[in-house]
Design a protein around this ligand. Structure first.
Ligand code: 2M8
Length: 464
C-alpha cells in the first residue's frame, strides 16, 4: 500500500512499525506460530490449538494462504466430539512438557467420555462458535478466482457443512434444553472472556471442594503474573473442571447438578451471526430444506432470546444465571451482543451506539484510543491491566467492527478499524492492551491479533 493511501489517523512514518508493515508482520506471526497444519494462539503461553482462536486465525489466513486457512479448521474439526461439540482445546502431544495447565491428563476426556474423539486429546469444554464465519470468509476470498480454486473451496464447504451443522445443533439443543435461544456455558473458559466480572456473581457462591493439587504454568510466560486470573479464580476454574469430570462430561448430568450454568449472551450472539453464515454455506452446498428451516429458526430464536436479556437502564444485554434466573448486571463488551447478532430495530441500534460512544466505553476521555475496554471503566470490578477485566482486546474490536459494518454503521466501523490498526502499528500484536496508556500486555505475538489485522486490512474498501 502506498503511503498516500493510508487511512486517516494511521501513523505515517513510525520507524519500523507503520501500517504498510502491519500485513507482513501479521503474516509473519501466523507463520511463526504455525505448527504442522494448525496455529498456536501464542508462542509459549498457549502451546496447543484453541477453538475460537483457530476460527479467527482461519479468517485472517483466508486472505494470505487459503490452503492453510482450510487446514486450520480441518485440524480442529478432526477432534469434534460425537455430540457435535467442538472442543475448546486440542492438545498437541509434542508441546513442551509442563508448558500449559490444565493439560490433557487433567481433562482425561477420552477416558471419561465415549463422545470424545479417540485419535486426539481435548478439553471437555467449548468456546464461542466463530467457525462458520471463518468458513464463509474462505469461500468469499475464493470466489471470482480461477475455477480450480473455487472448486477447491466448494469441496471444502461440502466437507465441512455437516460438521458445522452438527456443532450448531449441539449448541441449540444440549446447550439450550429450555429452547430459549441462548447458549448455556458450564465454565467461564467457555465464554472466551475468562475472568470477566460477568462471572463474578455466579462464581461467588461456588464452594471449592477437595481439589487435587496443581501447578500453574501460565504465570511463567507473562511479564507480570498479576495480569492473569488470580489463584482464587484458578481454584474455582479447576474445581468446576473436577465436577464436569465427575459427570463424565455428560450433558444431561451436568445440567442436573452443575453449580455454574449461565446463559452467555456473547456466545449466543456469535451463534446467531454464525448461523447466518451457515445459511449461506447451506445454500452453496445445496443442503436439504429441513436444515435451512432449522437454521432460520435458530436465528430468530437467538435474536428473541437476546431481546429478553435487554436491560433498558444500562442500554446493554445481560447474561443470566440459569440457577437463580437472575441477570448478571455488569457492563462489559458482551453487553453489545445484540449488535453482533444483528437484525436490530433502529431504536435498539441507537441505544447500543449511544452506550458504545459514551464515557462508559469508547467515549471515555482518558482512553489512549477510542476503543472499548473489555469491562467498562465505570464498573467497580474494572481493572485496566487484568486480562478480561478492563484491557482492550483487538479480537473484540474485530467483532464490533464487523458487526457495525453489517449494521450499516460504516463510519463507526471505520473508526474502530483505523484505531485498532494504528494501535497494532504502534505497539505490535499483543493479546490485549492497557486502555489508558496503550501498553501492550499478555502474549506479545498473539495469533488472533495478527489474524484480525489481516482481515481488517483486506476488507478496508468495504468499511471506509
Ligand atoms: C484465554 O483462555 C485460556 C483458557 O482457555 C487461558 O487463559 O489459559 C482466553 O483469552 C481465551 O478466550 C483464548 O481462547 C485463549 C487462547 O488465546 O486464552
Amino acid at each position: 500500500m502506498q503511503e498516500d493511501q493510508l487511512p486517516e489517523g494511521i501513523p505515517r512514518r513510525e520507524t519500523g512499525s507503520s501500517l504498510d508493515r502491519v500485513n507482513p508482520m501479521a503474516a509473519g506471526i501466523l507463520k511463526r506460530n504455525g505448527i504442522k497444519s494448525w496455529t498456536k494462539p501464542a508462542p509459549s503461553l498457549y502451546p496447543h490449538q484453541w477453538s475460537w482462536d483457530s476460527a479467527f486465525i482461519a479468517l485472517g489466513l483466508a486472505h494470505v494462504d487459503n490452503r492453510r486457512a482450510r487446514d486450520e479448521l480441518e485440524s480442529l474439526f478432526a477432534s469434534q466430539w460425537a455430540t457435535g461439540k467442538v472442543p475448546h482445546i486440542v492438545f498437541d502431544p509434542e508441546a513442551p512438557p509442563r508448558s500449559y495447565f490444565p493439560d490433557a491428563e487433567r481433562w482425561n476426556s477420552s477416558a471419561l467420555s465415549r463422545d470424545a474423539p479417540s485419535g486426539s486429546h481435548t478439553s471437555g469444554l467449548c468456546q464461542p462458535p466463530v467457525h462458520a464465519i471463518a468458513v464463509r470468509r474462505i469461500w468469499e476470498t475464493s470466489r471470482g478466482k480461477e475455477a480450480e480454486r473455487v472448486e477447491r473451496a466448494r469441496r471444502f464447504l461440502r466437507a465441512n457443512y455437516p460438521r458445522l451443522f452438527s456443532w450448531h445443533r449441539y449448541l441449540a439443543t444440549a446447550r439450550d434444553p429450555e429452547g430459549s435461544g441462548l447458549v448455556t456455558i458450564y465454565h467461564p473458559w467457555e465464554s472466551g472472556t475468562d475472568n470477566s466480572p460477568r462471572w463474578d456473581d455466579a462464581l461467588e457462591s461456588l464452594e471449592v471442594g477437595d481439589l487435587p493439587p496443581y501447578t500453574r504454568y501460565d504465570l511463567q510466560h507473562v511479564a507480570d503474573p498479576s495480569h492473569r486470573p488470580s489463584n482464587e479464580e484458578y481454584d474455582r476454574y479447576l474445581w468446576l473442571l473436577e465436577l464436569l469430570k465427575r459427570e463424565r462430561y455428560d450433558e444431561a448430568e451436568i445440567y442436573d447438578s452443575h453449580p455454574f450454568l449461565v446463559k452467555d449472551v456473547l456466545s449466543s450472539a456469535i451463534l446467531v451471526a454464525a448461523n447466518e453464515a451457515l445459511l449461506e454455506i447451506a445454500r452453496v452446498v445445496e443442503a436439504p430444506e429441513e436444515d435451512v428451516a432449522l437454521i432460520e429458526g435458530w436465528i430468530s430464536r437467538g435474536r428473541a432470546g437476546l431481546a429478553e436479556q435487554w436491560d433498558p437502564g444500562l442500554g446493554l444485554c445481560l447474561d443470566r444465571n440459569v440457577l437463580t434466573g437472575k441477570p448478571l448486571r455488569v457492563r462489559t463488551i458482551a453487553g453489545f451482543a445484540p449488535l453482533i447478532a444483528g437484525g436490530l430495530t433502529e431504536e435498539r441500534l441507537a441505544d447500543l451506539l449511544e452506550v458504545l460512544d459514551s464515557p462508559a466505553f469508547a467515549g471515555n476521555p482518558d482512553l489512549h484510543r477510542p476503543l472499548p475496554p473489555s469491562t467498562s471503566p465505570d464498573e467497580p470490578a474494572f481493572h485496566p491491566r487484568s486480562y478480561w477485566r478492563g484491557p482492550v482486546w483487538p479480537v473484540a474490536n474485530w467483532l464490533l467492527w464487523w458487526s457495525l459494518i453489517r449494521a450499516g454503521e460504516a463510519s463507526r466501523a471505520a473508526q474502530i478499524r483505523r484505531e485498532t490498526l494504528a494501535q497494532l502499528a504502534e505497539s505490535g500484536f499483543a493479546e490485549y492492551f492497557e486502555p489508558f496508556t496503550g501498553e501492550p500486555l499478555g502474549s506479545l505475538e498473539q495469533s488472533w491479533t495478527a489474524a484480525i489485522a489481516l482481515d481488517m486490512l483486506a476488507v478496508e474498501s468495504k468499511s471506509n
